[in-house]
Ligand binder design. Structure first.
Ligand code: DHE
Length: 550
């Protein structure tokens, strides 16, 4: 019954994308022949599967540029084989994995030889048309009406069912499953801890009131066609006042009312690249962070390589400080003092450091690994170098530790002080907690099943060694899942910081799980299994997320 409703919901979002009516641009001699229907179908597939890395206009970012000048040089056969078999640098093996049929691959190889169509814009009128307030602020509770321990609640993305699960952090009980946009990317929490915001890949934002007797969505809006980030105002005096969402398409962000999601101010991110200063039509919004030092949002603009410091103290006279950083900004998080924002320019192999107090660039650091991918990163006290922030890499097994204490350890600040070697390439996230003595590193996208099913754990006190050993936790084995090739992704601590949860992410029609590890003993503590846990990926502990504890 549940699966049916999930499937029903999945269809409309597909149809919406499919309905993007694109004109077939003028054909050139030698163009592959493609019917209108094929072109529409390929456009939808491209949008869903390829645009995330290559960009809607195919200008390239995490993935290579695929404009016709390049694809025509490569030729149909090359493209077909590349799509079929993938590459160690991160291109999925769409054909051999079974995700695409031979006919699909053939279609996509022909499609990328053609000029990319631009999907429509999405402005205020579209946003307002999609905006719904289900419960007006005046009709909401004035105090928490349920007995949930909301500070230790986990918001878990159920990627392919277009839902989130709210799971109690002590009893592991699934308190509620909520319908959301498709493939929610992240959850963020308002400064008060009351409102939970999630954003789907289809750019739908849900605002959930955790104070209601039965927590539910109180407002929703669509902010574009494709998106990854949402955040709320955290500076003193502005708690819960605004929410912000960034879109991949169209390239823009919108500031919304923090009680209702009413769209107030849309800002396009189109403009010049920071270095060559040439126009880029699709600079997508990656991570967004609410400053604790100023009434500002930090907005990573991927393709132009700029960090926009958006002052929300007067949104009718919006002040945006554009900091030149590095191209292909992606994800990142704060250091342990919460003053410095460290964020990866992933396709450039660098980490950019911003001082959120001074609104200034502090450093751009080479991580000496391929494609740094920190999530929000992990802050530990290194026995030799003092406070450091960690990132793992998508392209190799290295973990870079960067000094973050310019006062106490100036000689190590903003330098890569130590390089660790973990399980292998394909790592997406690192994690720790101030109460923990461990640094956890996943290897989610590693092609080897045993590796992608395990997690490496470094003991912080062992970091006195140049090449410290790590312990391998066989998370998938612990989950006891027999079918499929599930991958382990994104550790997240509970509020107390004594246990860490990992998603065991299997195919949509197979069993998935969440594995809970005791942080002190590194032993299995609990496995959460439930037929409703369909493709769990990101997990966000309410307290740790709101207070930026990681
Ligand atoms: Fe993510 C964070 C973009 C693929 C799970 N991901 C982010 C952020 C961005 C981003 C910009 C930072 C948001 C912020 O902090 O405001 N992710 C992208 C992509 O463009 C990419 C590479 C390709 C795509 O088509 O989406 C991509 N991401 C994935 C996945 O395949 C993952 C593993 C599973 C999924 O659910 O889709 C995935 N991304 C996550 C998670 C976070 C994230 C769990 C938050 C980490 C955190 O701890 O904050």
């Amino acid at each position: 019954d549940h699966a049916d409703t999930a499937a029903d919901r999945y269809v409309p979002s597909m149809t919406t994308l499919g309905e993007i009516n694109v004109e077939i641009p003028g054909r050139k001699p030698g163009d592959p022949v493609m019917t209108d229907e094929e072109f529409q179908q390929a456009t939808t597939t491209y949008f869903e599967r390829c645009a995330g890395c290559h960009g809607v206009l195919r200008k390239g970012a995490t993935g290579k540029a695929l404009t016709p000048d390049i694809t025509r040089d490569l030729g149909f056969e090359y493209l077909r084989d590349f799509i079929t078999y993938g590459s160690p640098a991160g291109m999925p093996n769409w054909g051999t994995s079974g995700d695409m049929t031979e006919a699909d691959v053939d279609l996509m190889a022909r499609y990328v030889l053609l000029e990319p169509p631009a999907p429509p814009e999405f402005g205020m009128e579209d946003m307002r048309a999609s905006w719904k307030v289900h419960v007006e602020p005046a009709d909401r509770p004035t105090e928490k009406l349920n007995d949930w321990d909301i500070d230790n609640l986990f918001s878990v993305t159920l990627r392919d069912s277009g839902e989130i699960a709210l799971i109690d952090g002590s009893t592991y009980e699934i308190k509620k499953i909520l319908e959301t946009g498709y493939a929610v990317h992240i959850s963020r929490i308002s400064a008060s801890g009351r409102y939970l915001f999630v954003i789907g890949r289809d750019a739908k934002v849900n605002m959930i009131d955790l104070w209601m007797e039965d927590p539910d969505t109180v407002a929703e809006i669509k902010v574009g066609a494709e998106a990854r980030s949402v955040e709320t105002s955290k500076f003193e005096g502005y708690e819960d006042k605004y929410a912000i969402a960034g879109a991949y398409w169209p390239p823009q962000f919108v500031i919304m009312d923090g009680d209702t999601l009413e769209p107030l101010r849309i800002k396009s991110t189109r403009g010049m690249t920071y270095d060559e200063q040439t126009y880029h039509p699709e600079p997508r919004v990656a991570a967004i962070l609410g400053s604790h030092y100023k009434p500002e949002f930090l907005v990573n603009v991927k393709e132009t390589g700029k960090i926009m410091m958006v002052d929300y103290s007067d949104i009718d006279a919006l002040k945006v400080t554009e900091i030149n950083a590095e191209r292909f900004l992606h994800d990142g998080g704060l250091d342990s003092t919460q003053r410095y924002f460290l964020t990866a320019a992933n396709a450039r192999g660098k980490v950019v450091v911003i001082d959120t107090k001074e609104s200034k660039l502090v450093a751009v650091i080479e991580t000496e690994g391929e494609t740094p991918h920190p999530g929000r990163g992990a802050n530990i006290i290194h026995p030799t170098y003092g406070p450091v922030w960690a990132t793992s890499h998508l392209g190799d097994d290295t973990v870079a530790l960067i000094g973050t204490d310019p006062e106490g350890h100036p000689e190590h600040a903003w330098k890569m002080v130590h390089q660790l070697y973990a399980l292998g390439g394909g790592s997406l996230f690192v994690k720790t907690h101030p109460e923990s003595e461990h640094l956890y590193v996943d290897a989610t996208l590693n092609p080897d099943a045993e590796t992608s099913g395990s997690v490496a754990v470094f003991k912080v006190s062992d970091l006195t060694e140049e090449e410290p050993e790590y312990t391998t936790l066989p998370i998938v084995e612990w989950a006891g899942i027999a079918e499929g090739q599930p991958r382990v992704v994104q550790g997240e601590f509970n509020k107390a910081g004594n246990e860490i949860w990992f998603s065991v992410w299997n195919a949509k029609d197979l069993e998935s799980a969440i594995v809970v590890v005791d942080d002190k003993t590194l032993e299995l503590k609990h496995v959460i299994k439930d037929p409703r846990l369909i493709t769990p990926t990101g997990k966000f502990n309410v307290y740790n997320t709101r207070a930026d504890v990681y």
